[in-house]
Structures are given as C-alpha cells and as structure tokens.
Write a protein that binds this ligand. Sequence first.
Ligand SMILES: [Zn+2]
Length: 137
Amino acid sequence: MARPGRIKPPMGHDNAWWWEQAAKGVLAIQRCTKCQALRHPPRPMCGECRSMDWDVLAASGKGTVASYTVLYHPQFPGFEYPLIIVLVDLEEGTRITAELSGRTCRARWSMSSSPGWRPKPPASRANPTLARPWPIC
Ligand SMILES: [Zn+2]
C-alpha cells in the first residue's frame, strides 16, 4: 500500500505565483514597489506602507540560520521525522522558514551550491512541494 504524500500547500491568488517560481527552482521574494520592503510569505499588502503594488526578486539563496527547531510531533504524511525547521535570514534582508536536510555542521549555507535549494518533484502535478531544501553540509 502506497504511503500518503504531503498535504497540498494552500495556493491562491496571493501565493500561487511563489509556488510556480519554486517549481522553476527560483527562491522568489516579494518586494513592495513603493517602499522596497521585502516580505515573505507572500501576501497582498505591504506591512510597512500598505501598498498593494509589488514585484519579485530572485533571492541568492545565501543566508544565515537564525534559529531552528526539531519537530517530532505531530507527524504529517509525506515528511520524514524528525524534521529540522530553520529560520533563515536571507542576505537580501528578509526571513524564510524552511525544512533543512543534511547534517547541521555549519550555520552558513548557499542556494547556489549544488544541490542547494530545489523544489521536490511533485508526487502529482496537483501537489507541488519543496523537498528538503538547503542541505548545508
Ligand atoms: Zn511598502
């Protein structure tokens, strides 16, 4: 019997574009075109100036692990436990939360080094997910 896959991430008008970029291997960050504030996760309005105008920049993938946690429970289908979840300060100036793979032997990492940040091939086309991004060792 096949094991269940990951739960489909919520995708709507405000964040589907991010998942589309991720599927292309791009770590996209939303930027307010009025005040240049970066924000992640994607949302319709700038938290700094309340502008609804934005564009996207492709993050370098370089950053520093600011914090982490190890999750044992609750366990959801499609993940391998324990999960290491990191809070990363991207060099562009915003933060992102991600699953970490590999050994945690250093605090700096790079998306540009192979295999780096990559989207997981979806089990089905309707369920794109990110797979063990940011191996850092
Ligand atoms: Zn703004």
